[in-house]
Design a protein around this ligand. Sequence first.
Ligand code: DAH
Length: 329
Amino acid sequence: MLNEFEKIGKEALDALNKVANSAQLEEFRVKFLSRKGSVTQMLSKIGSFPAEQKKQAGALANKIKQNISKAFDEIKSNLGENAGSGGPMIDVTLPAAEIETGKAHIITQTTNELLEIFAKMGFDIAYGPEVEDEWHNFIALNIPPEHPARDTRDNFYIDDKTLLRTQTSTIQIRVMENSKPPIRVVAPGTVYRPDTVDATHMFMFHQLEALVVDEGVSMVDMKSTIAQFIEAFFGTGVKWRLRPSFFPFTEPSAEVDLLWVDKDGNGNWMEVGGCGMVDPNVFESVGIDSEKYTGWAFGFGIERLAMRKYGISDIRLLYENDVRFLRQF
Ligand code: DAH
């Protein structure tokens, strides 16, 4: 008899688990919980047990009844208090939960914009590895072993001959090793330097490199390309200048400064990159005839270009991943 009770209990729970709408729930109630229902009937049988078994039978039957009632109430409330016979009620006037989508980081957006500008000017795009050897990062770029730029304190070395690249100029070498002039290429990439972090310095940032090699290429081509690029990226009216400088891989060399006017009207020149005519020693290391070909190159800091364009005064804002900042772009 007690086995019979357990069977009824199991049958009821199985049936309850299959209930998917209020109509089925009502069907269940009639079959198991109404006056003639099998669970109610089970309780009425307790009286017919011999006295010594009554207590045990009553406890079991009540436990089964309670379990089923509890499960029944739960399903009823899940289906919705006011559920009609068609199923749970859905309030179609409630505003939908907002689906948040991600988007490209401002530096990725800026990089893509720069690449588009140069693609329109006829440049190809090249990439190179972030873990570099000393040939591409230094030697081929005319930076000899005793040069201070190779100091272990100024570079993230991985071993004696391998490091995280400090400049995208490495890609110039890779391009020239793998192709013949005429060359007209831009190369974006991440670079790493153990700099002390402040408003304009990071230990990791991005550069856009350019390299043009052909017969008769001159500094005038370089200057007019930079001018066109600055106008395309910032619009007209942005002041910039070339300031004589030194890089081992270019001769002559210059730095590019942009005029930054703050909200009080004070102007400051901000360095955004370096450029120059490719040094004949560099051509020699990649086997390009420096008697026949000339070339120019530049490397711009992408963060600084973005900061100037969008009026961001601190580079650290770019990498704090504060969505209130990131959402603005
Ligand atoms: N690689 C230099 C740097 O990271 C920037 C640079 C200067 C790149 C002159 C060039 C160049 O291509 O011609 O500081």
